[in-house]
Design a protein around this ligand. Sequence first.
Ligand SMILES: Nc1ncnc2c1ncn2[C@@H]1O[C@H](COP(=O)(O)OP(=O)(O)O)[C@@H](O)[C@H]1O
Ligand SMILES: [Mg+2]
Length: 258
Amino acid sequence: MNSETSFASGKTAPERNANHAATAPAYFSAYDLHSYYGESYIVQGVSFNVHEGEILALLGRNGAGKTSTLRTIARLASPALVKGELWLDHQSLHDKRAHEAAIAGVGLVPEDRRIISGLTVEENLELAQIVEPKGWSIERLYELFPRLGERRKQEGTTLSGGEQQMLAIARALARDIKLLLLDEPYEGLAPVIVQEIEKTLHLIREQGMTTIIVEQNAIAALEISDRAVILDTGAVVFDGTAAQVLENDALRQEYLAI
Ligand SMILES: Nc1ncnc2c1ncn2[C@@H]1O[C@H](COP(=O)(O)OP(=O)(O)O)[C@@H](O)[C@H]1O
Ligand SMILES: [Mg+2]
């Protein structure tokens, strides 16, 4: 499979990706993504747009392909993208590798958070800022996450689950990102901590950050999202507003089991 040849090489996002905004290309576009883990065909023609400053909830049952779609967007080696286009703020991502996509502005916060052991909270954030351009200053991140400021000298891996999630998000924002990808940020966290992270996501949106949030806790994700895309067996089965999903019991029962 040759992933290099099947891609268009134009410098601007194709007009056809502008389905939700007839007059301008979307800020972020995924167009007809197909990706594989080895022989396993998992992401099966996914397309959606995200507008600048929007929060999009990417939902679907366990195994629907949400994590695989985020990993494809972040251009991780697996699953391998074999066809499709990805555009972020007029830059192509489909022809990039993960580190290049990161430089182009993709910030993935993976489900397992990957806090670096042996480093303090502050060192985890400093490490994220080694490569220019930097994003939010460490002082600004401590304003957003006061708990991290209080624990700046503590080893990152000794934080509570909620605090580690905050550190993982802060670390993404410490780089100059254009698109924040959150994979199950509420997983395993007590409701009171979920509320705290929700508040932070509202503040991040107020700063204009464009975000895709994947969550099993669909209701919580929908409450902070503008729009929603629902996946089922690696394909988009719904694309609309978050309110439409919250109002549609049949849709939620069929694809979200809630
Ligand atoms: N590393 C992998 N190798 C092979 N198949 C995988 C791998 N990771 C996930 N899958 C499969 O891909 C499908 C989608 O998984 P995933 O994207 O993790 O779903 P979700 O995040 O929606 O729960 C599932 O059938 C899963 O078993
Ligand atoms: Mg997942």
